[in-house]
Design a protein around this ligand. Sequence first.
Ligand code: SF4
Ligand code: SF4
Length: 74
Amino acid sequence: MKRVLIDPRRCTNCRVCRVETECTMKAVFRELPEDRPWVDFYRCNGCLECKAWCPDHAIEELTYPCNGQPRMGW
Ligand code: SF4
Ligand code: SF4
């Protein structure tokens, strides 16, 4: 299973977040307009298209290997 998360250390909180506006699964949310966006794992299908949309490379792949332990990237 593959999902993504937005690394808060890299995300610069763009006024218009392309990850939020272009995700076809509508998996990206902000609690308030000024907050950093976050990804809802239940909506994200792991397509990874958003990796190309974020100018600050804040999108991290999250994989769940067979032992169920999450790890970042590859
Ligand atoms: S485009 Fe990238 S850096 Fe900008 S708000 Fe979205 S996730 Fe953060
Ligand atoms: S991986 Fe695909 S579904 Fe998940 S947040 Fe990015 S664009 Fe949306």
